[in-house]
Write a protein that binds this ligand. Sequence first.
Ligand code: 13P
Ligand code: SF4
Length: 302
Amino acid sequence: MKKELVEKINRLKQEKKAVILAHCYQRPEIDEVADFVGDSLFLSRKAAETDCEIIIFAGVYFMAETAKILSPNKKVLLPNLSAGCLMADMINLEKIRLFKSKHPGIPVVCYINSTAEVKTECDICATSANAVNIVKSLNSDKVLFVPDRNLGSYVQSKLKDVEVINYDGCCPIHNNLTENDIILAKKDNQKAKVLVHPECSKNVLDLADFIGSTTGIMNYVKNSDEKEYIIVTEIGVTQRLRRDYPNKKFIHISNKAICESMKLITLEDIYNSLINETFEINVPDNIIKSAYKPIERMINLN
Ligand code: 13P
Ligand code: SF4
């Protein structure tokens, strides 16, 4: 049944000249129909480069919106419209304007996990993979960082000459992980390397052997001879690592580390999305124009 569905999707994809981009937090079976699977930075690049007619985004709303901004002449589809991001929802146009008004004249770095409207108020975007370099590139002694205070604080810890002023938002999934979760996981796996995503809080980052984005964590495993790892990020990363490295042991930090929103999209949703060309993501022209600049600036810097 699943095999048939995968085949039907792959056939339809070719007929319709569609490309499927999938984030690593998606259900692992989505990889069987995806053209590209990766983290936010990789997928933004692919969305900008592709010459297809339709982009199906297996991810959350802000990712599909970013794809539309980068490829305004393509049809961008999000197979399940309820797939939102709790962190992106923590800031809106009114809130970012208020934040900027309290700190006038300071460049604003916007984590890609934000709405198109919020991006229009920012100077440059960043992802967890490039945030340190993006902030450094501004050559400013102060920057505003929205909306993830944890990623902003991590950037601050790496750049002593810059004052990073953080907006008070976070990813609740990563932020809810605690030192105790790590201590518990370490108890039975003393030798395991602790790999942590920078959306986690400082107390958790302090216990890490390595801090990195989704791709950073995956590359760490690829290039390491260690046999055991504690994965301190969303479960999709742990599942893919277990699949790709069957001879290594991966301990998933906690059942709290599951982004329900990222799990909403199913293979059936993707099939329906291709057949009906739903759900189309549209962004008003004036927002595309202003939100394109900070995203393009980020892409050009890497
Ligand atoms: P990255 O893909 O940049 O690691 O981001 C993690 C995330 O939370 C995506 O929603
Ligand atoms: Fe948003 Fe966090 Fe889910 Fe990523 S993991 S989509 S930041 S809520």
